[in-house]
Design a protein around this ligand. Structure first.
Ligand SMILES: [Cu+2]
Length: 151
């Protein structure tokens, strides 16, 4: 394992590949694992609609992590999108197949950049509620995080 320069605040990660649920508070000064931080979902009062979710990915491992699929019990489909601005200044939202996080790198999802589209929400998402989002990695592992619903 290499040590990255990144510091972590709070991490809550469940690695289900081994049937283990782990949730811990990050207190180490460096990240040496693949971590998901600060996940949140924009609130949406209407069931069956579409909203956006954001996660910060910290890859403290020496390996590239590839997320090949996203899912949630709270939405029919979860798509990875990237917002970009073209030469004419117009904003585009493009679907991406995979999210690649290089070794010792952080990928921050945020409005205007990478985000998850929660399509077909199964119920109303009120501020303060928690939504579970699963990341299906290319190595077969499934990692999930709890995302807080925010206004
Ligand atoms: Cu989108």
């Amino acid at each position: 394992m290499i040590r990255s320069r990144y510091t972590g605040a709070t991490a809550c990660i469940a690695v289900m590949l081994f049937g283990v649920m782990a949730c811990h508070r990050e207190s180490r000064p460096v990240a040496t694992s693949f971590e998901l931080h600060d996940a949140w979902v924009r609130s949406d009062p209407d069931s069956g609609s579409t909203t956006a979710a954001y996660i910060r990915f910290v890859n403290g491992t020496p390996d590239t992590v590839v997320v090949s699929k996203f899912s949630s019990d709270d939405a029919s489909v979860v798509e990875l999108h990237q917002t970009s601005i073209d030469a004419n200044g117009e904003t585009h939202m493009d679907k991406r197949d995979t999210l690649v996080i290089a070794p010792s790198h952080i990928v921050v999802m945020q409005p205007g950049g990478y985000h998850l589209m929660m399509i077909g929400t199964t119920h109303s998402l009120q501020p303060g509620a928690m939504v579970r989002i699963a990341m299906h990695l290319s190595n077969g592992a499934i990692v999930s995080t709890s995302a807080r619903v925010k206004p």
